[in-house]
Design a protein around this ligand. Structure first.
Ligand code: NAD
Length: 322
């Protein structure tokens, strides 16, 4: 097991939802943090509260373009990528570039500095799975030429090149396959189910559920995901490790739970199911639980209450009284 704590982390995509929580936790743990982000799916406000900390620096840069880093970087967390379907469908080529060329640059940075490099991969590497729940040994069921292929295949390539840098160049790498995560700092308009439902519920609009809502998801509160990622980062294990909440719910149940947490009674409206939308999704977390003792601690009810409270606090003035 890797004993030394992180001294200087480079977090690509550090201004995004997960990245900003990682930057915050790394600073709290005593590390210096360089956050590199091109702000293509964020606006920088997630890290505004960190900017006065002298151990934090922000670099506005596209990681698909070459970059250099300080020699003392000892951890690279590669989290840069459009992540919501709305974003990667709007930015298909950029998504493929950051998963491929961007991952290559992150690996080169780790190779040069001798840092450990952790790749943010995704449960989407399992595609529309035919094995359920999904263990890391499952290779997945992905349509490379469907609309979601730009994201899924970028991440699958990212995993392959990360593995190749470990075997061919001896870089200390790890892969985390993150399942759907929710919490404060998600964008209301990013198209993912939970922020969409919360924004709709808080503004008294019908909640739009894809299809009949019987498709399942497993959703993990952000604090748990961050703890899981940093547990892997702090070890010397290569993974891949699933990081997710092994409790499966239908999308319709998630919508109803959001309405209950927001204390509103809004109707549910069915909209078209996206192409290649996975039918089921649930992580098998035996590997990370056994190797690192990690498992989620925040219940769905608690996580949802905290997330709804944050969305209420940060609601545009026109919604603040709802
Ligand atoms: P996000 O959109 O909130 O954050 C992504 C950040 O990456 C944004 O700040 C964006 O501006 C930045 N970025 C994108 N392309 C870039 C580039 N070329 N150069 C520099 N910065 C770039 O998304 P998120 O939910 O925080 O996801 C972060 C990472 O975790 C992604 O790699 C995503 O694939 C992975 N992930 C997230 C989830 C989840 O549920 N949130 C699940 C699985 C995997």
């Amino acid at each position: 097991m890797r004993a030394r704590p992180t001294r200087h982390a480079l977090v690509t995509g550090g201004a995004g939802f997960l990245g900003s929580h990682l930057c915050e936790q790394l600073l709290a743990d005593g590390a210096r943090v360089t956050c590199m982000d091109d702000l293509c799916t964020s606006d920088g406000s997630n890290v505004d509260h960190l900017r006065d900390d002298p151990r934090f620096s922000f670099v506005h840069h596209d990681v698909s373009e070459p970059f250099t880093t300080a020699d003392d970087v000892d951890l690279v967390l590669h989290f840069a990528s459009p992540a919501s379907p709305a974003d990667y469908l709007r930015l298909p080529v950029e998504t493929l570039r950051v998963g491929s060329v961007g991952t290559w640059h992150a690996l080169e940075a780790a190779r040069r500095t001798g840092a450990r490099m952790v790749l943010a991969s995704t449960s989407e590497t399992y595609g529309d799975p035919q094995v359920h729940p999904q263990p890391e040994s499952y290779w997945g069921h992905v349509n490379p030429v469907g609309p979601r292929g730009v994201y899924d295949e970028a991440k699958r390539f990212g995993e392959a090149i990360t593995t190749a840098y470990r075997t061919a160049h001896g870089v200390d790498t790890a892969i985390v396959r993150i399942f759907n995560t929710y919490g404060p700092r998600m964008r209301r308009e990013d198209g993912r189910a939970i922020p969409t439902f919360i924004a709709q519920a808080l503004s008294g609009q019908p909640m739009t559920v894809a299809g009949d809502g019987s498709q399942t998801r497993s959703v993990c509160y952000v604090d748990d995901t961050v703890r899981g990622v940093l547990a892997v980062a702090g070890s010397d294990l290569p993974g891949p490790f699933n990081v997710g909440f092994p409790e499966e719910r239908s999308v319709l149940d998630i919508a109803r739970a959001v309405a209950a947490a927001a204390g509103v009674d809004v109707p549910v409206e069915s909209i078209g199911r996206p192409v290649d939308d996975p039918t089921v999704r649930c992580p098998d977390i035996t590997a990370i639980r056994t190797a690192l003792g990690w498992e989620p601690q925040v219940s769905f009810a608690d996580g949802l209450a905290r997330t709804v409270a944050w969305f209420r606090q940060t609601a545009p003035a026109s919604l603040a009284t709802v």
